[in-house]
Design a protein around this ligand. Structure first.
Ligand SMILES: [Zn+2]
Length: 269
């Protein structure tokens, strides 16, 4: 009896209070924008995409949790629409370090037209998953680290493969040994699953309100498309499928269809 009422208080508390992600108003970061008090959550859009909005503690205010793309120009004001009304905020520049990688397998450096066609199709599938907007009961605003190991490549690195410039690193690499367990970083639903050309065995999990996480290069996937997950559920094993230089988990976090630094969502103790 006592335990169940305690549990219900805890559940209520967890749905009412939000440990917000760490703010970092830079390309690849997150802006927390205070919004005026209102009885219902305002509808916020950034670059035409719906943005997560969470209530502030103690009053009837709201906070927009905005993912800022790595490609955002720090010299320009970032424009939001709040219930159709314009609002803007500024960001600072961030100098991400360079990373130069040597890829031996020729197909990953100069894919042939068939491989390019495959990549295009898979890329569309993953982009569609990132655009998901769902409204679960609980808003996820913090994430658990999905695998144990040293961080081998940080988010945002300016990448060169065999000296050719490529897109910046859109996630965090965790160098866990081959076969290590990977867990779901938060409750959610599997919205993409595939053996992709560059990303290898991959899943994307939708956590709601525009937040999703991606797990790549797995040796094995242990969940199905559409499966519901809780934090800590095993989703697969660390591997070296796709374009890699060794076994690791590439962990990506997307907010309002924008890849942001995953560690901003991890509570630092
Ligand atoms: Zn990576």
């Amino acid at each position: 009896m006592l335990r169940s009422s305690l549990l219900s208080i805890l559940t209520l508390w967890s749905t009412l209070s939000f440990a917000l992600p760490q703010e970092s108003r830079v390309p690849g970061g997150i802006a927390l924008i205070d919004l005026p008090a209102s009885t219902s959550a305002p509808k916020v859009e950034y670059q035409g995409t719906r943005v997560m909005v969470v209530p502030t503690e103690g009053d009837s205010g709201w906070v927009a949790v905005v993912g800022i793309p790595l490609s955002a120009n720090p010299e320009e004001q970032q424009k939001l629409s709040i219930n159709g009304k314009p609002m803007s905020f500024g960001i600072s520049d961030k100098a991400y370090p360079e990373q130069r990688l040597k890829i031996k397998e020729r197909k990953y450096v100069e894919p042939d037209p068939k491989q390019v066609a495959r990549w295009r199709k898979e890329s569309a599938e993953q982009k569609a998953a990132y655009k998901a907007w769902s409204e679960p009961e609980t808003t996820v605003t913090t994430l658990a680290i999905p695998a144990e190991g040293p961080y081998s490549s940080a988010f945002g690195l300016k990448r060169f493969y065999n000296d050719q410039p490529r897109s910046p690193h859109s996630g965090l690499d965790i160098a866990a040994p081959d076969g290590s367990v990977i867990i779901a970083a938060a409750p959610g639903v599997v919205t993409a699953k595939g053996d992709y050309f560059f990303n290898g065995n991959t899943i994307i999990v939708d956590h709601g309100y525009g937040l999703s996480t991606m797990y790549c290069h797995m040796s094995e996937i242990s969940v199905e498309l559409g499966q519901k997950l809780e934090t800590g559920d095993q989703i697969g094993l660390v591997g070296k499928t796709g374009r890699v230089t060794g076994p690791h988990l590439h962990w990506g976090v997307s907010l309002n269809n924008t890849r942001v630094d995953p560690l901003l969502f991890v509570q630092q103790n």
